[in-house]
Design a protein around this ligand. Structure first.
Ligand code: ADP
Length: 163
């Protein structure tokens, strides 16, 4: 990218719920780009544990001390959302080789359909096994996932699974 160009990135995902791994990517990513829009996917075909508004609010609470981070909900094509908000790049996190395989396909598709580049950030080693899916499953059976998500999210997860 040209020097001094303002770089706006989107970090799309389900964030159902946001984990310490996602936060690690956000904190690393904001050192590289000027503005990071966390794009919370809300696909009507998909079933979420937390609804779109809840997921957005949880992330806002955790990132409101970083002025360069914004949080928005989106549905439809990622590349259309990126264009609408004027983002030049997509940020994604990588944990392992399984992620690489999937992300590789996604990145090439987004380049083909939207002419958008994707930038990857490797997770901190301690988050290599952290996923929202596992947190929901382990949490559902009463397992202790408090080390994988922020305390405020842990409380909300317990409340949600207890009801
Ligand atoms: P999606 O449904 O699009 O996979 P997720 O919320 O699961 O949404 O993930 C969003 C992005 O965050 C993806 O790029 C995913 O690889 C990345 N990610 C998820 N968990 C971690 C983690 N522990 N460390 C680094 N990146 C992660």
């Amino acid at each position: 990218m040209a020097p001094n160009k303002f770089v706006r990135a989107i970090f799309p995902g389900s964030f159902d719920p946001i984990t310490n791994g996602h936060l690690d990517v956000i904190h690393r990513g904001i050192k590289i780009v000027d503005e990071l829009i966390i794009a919370v996917g809300d696909d009507p075909q998909k079933e979420y544990l937390f609804d779109g508004q809840e997921r957005v609010e949880m992330i806002r609470e955790l990132t409101n001390d970083i002025p360069e981070v914004k949080v928005e909900r989106f549905s439809g094509l990622m590349v259309d959302f990126a264009r609408r908000v004027g983002a030049q790049v997509i940020l994604r996190g990588l944990r392992n080789l399984t992620d690489v395989q999937h992300e590789f396909e996604l990145a090439l598709t987004n380049r083909a359909v939207g002419h958008l580049e994707t930038m990857f950030i490797m997770t901190g080693e301690q988050y290599g096994f952290t996923s929202s899916t596992l947190i929901r499953e382990v949490g559902r059976y009463g397992g202790d996932v408090s080390g994988l998500i922020p305390p405020s999210i842990y409380k909300k997860l317990k409340n949600k699974l207890d009801t």
